[in-house]
Ligand binder design. Structure first.
Ligand code: ZN
Ligand code: ZN
Length: 304
């Protein structure tokens, strides 16, 4: 079938992108779903920083690649071997297809799937196949999804069925920002009631981590950013204290209000200065965490 997709032609284009135009909207041919694959009509997709990281080359991927991975849509057709999804089901796309057989999958940590990481690096679906092409040339898939497209074929293992009453534009965020931020707090750090937590960097992942800390019952919840509007929003979402890291005494102030630093500091800005702040406000014996969702899907931990 014919689909319309946003395709990255080459990595490393100069910004501003409205002049260099690294993405072309192209009409592509999308093959039918293969074994354990699904055809999804994409209804909403978010622009994640990881899309930008492929465009600017900080996360190199093969090109031409149809970008987009934070998305939600409707099942249009199921390939052979699909027994648990039906046409019309609403689904969220996730950025690591889990094979179910490798050691991390067997340990119950599908986000670390080795096969999923390998095929994401290669720009294919979990099957190793590419289902998009332009004339005779195959197009690579971004993180097994390629959601900046009217339709996508993905592995069954790249989809989670959701309640159809959830609006698509909200559901899409659960495919990346919410999963990464809340997952860091709940599943990786195992934040418990009463813990002291700091979130450094209030993008989609950081704000999701903040919501996760509130849900987990953390006591002190420190939000740090350089943007006053984001700090105000963090207060609305439940941060107990907010600090602008451009203030030269921010670290001192945070240590003061937390009695020596927080037990868990999450660096969600992806920047070296943010990492330094996160480490410096971690108390002795505490843990600094950095979600690294799209490269190897690990959370680096540093203990002070
Ligand atoms: Zn993402
Ligand atoms: Zn696996």
């Amino acid at each position: 079938m014919k689909v319309k997709s946003a395709v990255l032609q080459t990595i490393g284009a100069q910004s501003p992108y409205k002049e260099s135009m690294p993405l072309l909207i192209q009409e592509l041919e999308l093959d039918p779903p293969g074994h354990e694959e699904i055809l999804v009509e994409i209804k909403a997709a978010g622009l994640c920083h990881s899309d930008l990281s492929v465009i600017n080359g900080s996360r190199p991927r093969p090109t031409p690649m149809a970008l987009g991975h934070e998305a939600a849509g409707i099942v249009v057709k199921t390939g052979e071997g699909i027994t648990d999804l039906q046409v019309g089901d609403h689904v969220v796309c996730i950025f690591v297809p889990a094979c179910g057989h490798c050691p991390p999958c067997q340990e119950g940590r599908p986000a670390l799937c080795e096969e999923g990481a390998r095929v994401n690096q290669d720009g294919t679906l979990l099957s190793g196949e590419r289902r998009l092409h332009h004339d005779q040339d195959y197009i690579y898939h971004h993180l097994g999804v390629s959601a900046f497209s009217t339709f996508a074929v993905t592995s069954r293992h790249s989809l989670v069925k959701i309640d159809p009453t959830i609006p698509f534009e909200i559901a899409a965020l659960f495919g990346c920002a919410v999963m990464t931020g809340v997952g860091a707090v709940i599943n990786t750090a195992h934040i418990k009631m009463g813990n002291s937590v700091a979130i450094v960097g209030l993008g989609g992942v950081g704000l999701s981590a903040l919501i996760g800390a509130v849900a987990a019952g953390a006591n002190d919840i420190i939000a740090v950013d350089i943007n006053p509007d984001k700090l105000a929003f963090a207060k609305e979402l439940g941060a107990t204290h907010v600090f602008n890291s451009n203030d030269s005494d921010a670290v001192t102030q945070i240590k003061k209000v937390t009695g020596g630093g927080v037990e868990y500091a999450f660096e969600t800005g992806g920047a070296v200065p943010a990492m330094q702040v996160a480490y410096n406000i971690t108390r002795r014996g505490g843990t600094t965490l950095q979600p690294d969702s799209h490269i190897r899907n690990i959370y680096s931990r540093f203990r002070r």
